[in-house]
Write a protein of this length. Structure first.
Lengths: 163, 206
């Protein structure tokens, strides 16, 4: 009985191709929202799956897997940003040269111009659909911290849009 | 604010078709690269352990790094709070000079958005790192001849000129800069008061 119980609850490593097909695009969007660069975001996603392949982690549920992937993607993207020594102060004209496609909505462009700590919670909540509690767990911050950043981020967006 | 059009535009952000193949095809090489990397790290770890053991046996610890933080006029920060003012930037011909509103000590050069910044000079005889609980740090890069903006950690050795850009503080609120060396840490405390701002510092041993 104990053997079958253990066998039924044993978590298995989900193959890389399955994980990529299910979460690859979402992870790319998360990385892109931090790096605002297709090339850098692809590098970050590659690094995430390299870590996934080498560590071969197992999880109790797919939700835990998804959270792990997002956490790794977010941290890796911030590492890349840090190693590039975020650009010297940009003029508004230089900031417009970020890789923002013409067909992206105006609001999206302003989202990608937000400071990162507001940008990531806005993206995770309003665009990826995560709850405040889920975001707090993902980013290892308090729920009140998430709410504060969401509020401040929305205020900054309203200011930017009204200009 | 976040209507369907915005969400759809966001969901259109996708990687190239080649990324999937690059990730899946890289697996065998990365596995062998991992083994090689592990061997390399094991050798490096053994060397480092040997150095540490020799150092301990010799009975000499590492020299402590000294950290100092001063304002533009050379005043060293201490536990006693001093009134400070955000910088205002002005231009003289091709140069850009930041002038403190409080004591008019000019600081040259300054980043493009020096307004709403607090200027500090930090020095450490060992590599140290500056972290802010809020705002961004602009640190002067001698090689570039310009200021670089750091959202997270800013590493330096020797003397560093920094502008701490921080806004939206409430009266009574404090934010912190931490300057961490190998064995010492200095915590810089910026507090917004009814009359303006104050700065003070606390030193701690790591």
């Amino acid at each position: 009985m104990l053997f079958f119980t253990l066998a039924n609850t044993k978590s298995e490593f989900i193959p890389c191709d399955v994980a990529y097909d299910k979460y690859g695009n979402m992870l790319f969007r998360v990385c892109y929202s931090i790096l605002v660069s297709h090339a850098d975001a692809e590098d970050a996603v590659q690094d995430v799956f390299y870590k996934y392949i080498t560590k071969q982690p197992t999880f109790e549920s797919e939700e835990h897997l998804k959270a792990w992937l997002i956490r790794v993607a977010s941290n890796r993207s911030k590492d890349i940003l840090r190693s590039k020594k975020i650009r010297s102060t940009l003029t508004l004209e230089e900031a417009d040269n970020y890789e923002i496609d013409e067909d992206q909505s105006e609001i999206l462009k302003e989202v990608f111009a937000l400071p990162i700590k507001y940008r990531e919670v806005i993206v995770l909540h309003h665009l990826e659909g995560y709850s405040v509690k889920e975001i707090a767990d993902l980013l290892s911050i308090s729920e009140s911290g998430v709410k504060m950043r969401l509020s401040r981020g929305r205020d900054m967006l309203k200011e930017a849009i009204s200009e | 604010m976040f209507d369907q059009k915005t969400v759809e535009a966001y969901k259109r952000i996708k990687p190239s078709d080649e990324l999937r193949e690059q990730i899946l095809n890289a697996k065998p090489e990365q596995r062998s690269a991992t083994i090689l990397t592990l061997k390399r790290y094991a050798s490096l770890a053994a060397c480092i352990a040997l150095v540490v053991i020799v150092g301990l046996i010799a009975g000499r610890g590492f020299a402590d790094g000294s950290l100092t933080v001063t304002l533009a006029d050379g005043t060293a920060l201490s536990a006693e709070a001093v009134n400070v003012y955000p910088v205002t930037a002005s231009y003289t011909g091709a140069a850009r000079i930041a002038i403190h509103t409080g004591d008019d000590t000019p600081v040259y050069p300054a980043p493009a958005n020096a307004d709403d910044c607090f200027y500090l000079e930090v020095s450490s005889n060992k590599t140290a790192v500056i972290k802010a609980t809020s705002g961004n740090i602009f640190m002067y890069d001698e090689n570039l001849g310009n200021y670089l903006e750091y959202t997270y950690d800013a590493y330096f050795e020797g003397k560093a000129k920094i502008y701490w850009h921080i806004t939206d503080m409430e009266v009574g609120e404090s934010q912190f800069l931490t300057v961490s060396g190998r064995s010492k840490e200095t915590r810089i405390i910026l507090t917004k008061t009814e009359g303006g701002f104050t700065l003070s510092s606390q030193n701690e041993e790591n």
